[in-house]
Write a protein that binds this ligand. Structure first.
Ligand SMILES: [Zn+2]
Length: 373
């Protein structure tokens, strides 16, 4: 894709929506449930009403061509309602975040299940406008019919509670995606702490309970999300899983050396497994300097797409916005700004066939392979 080095330009936005016909955006990660749940983040907003708070609600999803995505159940530390990439401590060369302590699994399960119930509540209130999907067929139907497709994702396996056998019960409930860890340790693995600049190689790999959980995910057909796992854990999963390797919301370490991003070697393993990467819009994981600066051009996202497409193939790249969980480039702003990204990709030389892959076809292919239905 870098070969057709057309200059970047943003087209007239009124034309963009028309040209997105047939390319609903299915997205690898949002923290909208937490944002709606925590009064200090959501400020009472409602998923069905347009807000200028946060990034994602149904009206803005419609405006931006957002066709659905992974809805994360993320559990903040009870004493500390910071989320994801906030609470950065500056260092001489970048930043670090004080290591997050492990969560009590009983607390985590209760909180995560509240968020999951909120998603099912939105589904039943939506009058058919949002559906929690369990198969790739359902995903395709939703994308074709303009129904918002939501995948229930647990960001951290402590959310299953103290008993890992609870995975099956959660699967029955509708859980189809699990990150072994968020950026903290638990009984299964060690999450990568937020640091810049830093290698993702920050600690030990999977525990024996973690290995058992990988086998269970394979058996049931639950996607194992590798974003937030440290490098040792990544290679442990890569060495044993039967499923394609997927990082739902991570970027290229070569362009932004944050601990949360993927090295070239990790990307090659994802390519070889025919998995994929969802490009994260968090400015701190996009920018070369790692700065938490909203004044970051949309072309910074395009550069990561370019790099990943060159390295692992355009059929293995999608989006993983981190809407409602991170600072995103002001050019995008929120879900209604997605057409600006599509426009910038088009200006860069991505044609309709490539854009369909990036916006949803790759996710459909990989989820069909992982879920096996
Ligand atoms: Zn995350």
């Amino acid at each position: 894709m870098v070969a057709s080095a057309a200059p970047f330009s943003i087209l007239d936005p009124t034309c963009i929506i028309d040209r997105m016909e047939g390319m609903p955006i299915f997205d690898g990660h949002n923290d909208t449930l937490l944002s709606l749940h925590l009064p200090n983040r959501g400020e009472g907003r409602d998923f069905f009403a347009r807000s200028d708070l946060g990034h994602l609600d149904l009206p803005r999803a419609r405006d931006g061509g957002f066709g659905g995505g992974f809805f994360a159940c993320y559990v903040p530390n009870p004493e500390d309602e910071r989320t994801e990439e906030s609470a950065l401590i500056p260092t001489e060369t970048g930043y670090e975040v004080a290591d997050a302590p492990p969560l009590d699994p009983t607390y985590a399960r209760g909180f995560a299940e509240k968020l999951a119930q909120m998603l099912f509540g939105i589904e039943s209130e939506s009058g058919g406008q949002l559906r929690v999907i369990r198969t790739a067929d359902e995903l395709e139907l939703c994308l074709g019919d303009g129904v918002l497709a939501a995948v229930l994702h647990f960001e951290g396996a402590e959310n299953l509670g103290p008993d890992p056998e609870a995975l099956e019960a959660h699967y029955e409930m509708g859980l189809r995606s699990l990150g072994l860890v968020w950026s903290r340790p638990n009984a299964y693995a060690h999450g990568v702490p937020f640091r810049f600049p830093s290698s993702p190689d920050t600690g030990p790999g999977l525990t024996s309970a973690g290995r058992e959980l990988v086998r269970e995910c394979n058996r049931l057909g639950v996607l194992l999300d590798l974003s937030h796992l440290n490098e040792h854990g990544f290679w442990d999963v890569a060495g044993m899983t039967e499923a394609p390797l997927v990082a739902t919301h991570s970027n290229a370490h070569a362009l932004c050396p944050a601990s949360r991003n993927l090295t070239d070697e990790q990307l090659d393993a994802i390519r070889d497994s025919d998995g994929m990467v969802g490009v994260n819009f968090a400015v701190g994981f996009l920018r070369k300097d790692g700065a938490e600066e909203e004044e970051t051009p949309v072309e910074t996202v395009v550069r990561h797409v370019d790099y990943l497409a060159d390295r692992i193939g355009v059929e293995r790249v999608g989006f993983g916005s981190d809407f409602d969980g991170a600072k995103v480039p002001c050019d995008i702003g929120d879900a209604s700004g997605l057409p600006y990204l599509i426009s910038a990709l088009r200006a860069r030389g991505y044609d309709d066939a490539a854009l369909k892959k990036l916006t949803h076809e790759n996710w459909v292919r990989v989820l069909r392979k992982v879920w096996r239905r």
